[in-house]
Ligand binder design. Sequence first.
Ligand code: NAD
Length: 487
Amino acid sequence: MTTAAIIGGGVIGGGWAARFLLNGWDVRVFDPDPEAERKIGEVLANARRSLPGLSDVPLPPEGKLSFHTDLAEAVKGVAWIQESVPERLDLKLKVYRSIQEACDPQAILGSSTSGFKPSELQEGALRPGQIVVTHPFNPVYLLPLIELVTTPENSPEMIERAKEIMRGLGQFPLHVRKEIDAHIADRFLEAVWREALWLVKDGIATTEEIDEAIRMGFGIRWAQMGLFETYRVAGGEAGMKHFMAQFGPCLSWPWTKLMDVPEFTDELVDLIAGQSDAQSGHHTIRELERIRDNNLVGMMRALKAQNWGAGAVLNRHDAALKPKALPDLDSADLSQPILTLSRAVPLDWTDYNGHMTESKYLEAFANATDRFMEIIGCDADYIASGGSYFTAETHIRHLDEAHAGARIRVETQMLLGQGKKLHLFHRMYEGDKLLATGESFLLHVSLETRKPCAPSPKIEAAMARIAEAQAGLPYPEGAGSAIRKPA
Ligand SMILES: NC(=O)c1ccc[n+]([C@@H]2O[C@H](COP(=O)([O-])OP(=O)(O)OC[C@H]3O[C@@H](n4cnc5c(N)ncnc54)[C@H](O)[C@@H]3O)[C@@H](O)[C@H]2O)c1
């Protein structure tokens, strides 16, 4: 088991703690705030309902969380130390001295700093080469981007190791080529923020109108293509050169106040805070966090289906986890129902009743059927060669509730697998709790004629193996049942 130390467990440290824990790391937290444990508990609760379901395969078992009052004890022997103390250079440098006196010289010491350059953080350090900037984005447990900023003091081997670890956590390390104050993303965000402050101060727009201008339009575009790819498309067939020629000159028109910062008078702060209260004050911060997480999960899973942007990062993480997840024909104990699905319930599978919605049971059982087909040899290559199974009938019984983040699994008993017929009985569990059963009757078809036909001899043989091995299993209760007619 690998261990990380989280130094400073506020908004960002709490998010890092959740990211490590849910990816199977043990986590030690050091934070002098007596409220840190409660605050991290709340972040962790949000992370547990949203992060595991982003994957279509199970994350490793959750690691162990411990809180420490002694910094040296927290960092001793760990592989990764993530510093997320307040953004004050003197404080960070002091904390590094205490960390480096006690930690393994091979450990990676990442700083969450939004603004400081790594060379500033390394100054006067015991081992400068151990310190890098690993700048995350809130919520750290969901957003993949980490700006990795290094200096020549950091060895290429250590930088590679840092990237590997971050990828293992499902993150996307963006190695910044040159260190610069506030890295890449925050410089960008500050420019946008400055312009927004002017728009409010000058009475052009309220905080709510500015947010609408972002989220109804270009914000959605940015989430999937960023700035330059979006503009390339906007240039039409003539592309980027045309776009630059058309819109570039506007940059020197008096549209922008980017270089000036409005003075932060009490009046301006009250104006913005007041508008923000009017806009969002009817939600608590925890409610807003949950709304944000629901939306992020929905968008990221949509991008996942397109294998694009943040969704492609999720797919790569799944692919790295997959080999450990499900057994195949040779590794499964065929005398028992076979594990055909193992995952967490994603947030976007839940409904207004706060539990997994009806149609998603069918999706989960359909995924289990797909996996069973793969196990018997009806995989993507076989389907491309012209044979497949079509579902003729399904019957689902809903027996208990499942909530977002719950780890569910499906075990599949083959009731019949002979010739063109395949009859499966799936049981869905959370731990020992039986949540639902799903029965499916499928027919093997030729994709050319769209008519039933016998499968390949290899599939017939695999089905025969399973039939023989599962022959001793009792016929399941609930199989073959139908909805009772009203009396
Ligand atoms: N909030 C963001 O959106 C965001 C995003 C990315 C990066 N960051 C960076 O993350 C860092 C932390 O920011 P935050 O928003 O989590 O702040 P925060 O105030 O929520 O948390 C800071 C935590 O550090 C603890 N702390 C103070 N002194 C400490 C010490 N000597 N040792 C250990 N812990 C100590 C505090 O008790 C607090 O819990 C900053 O460097 C910030 O620039 C913040």
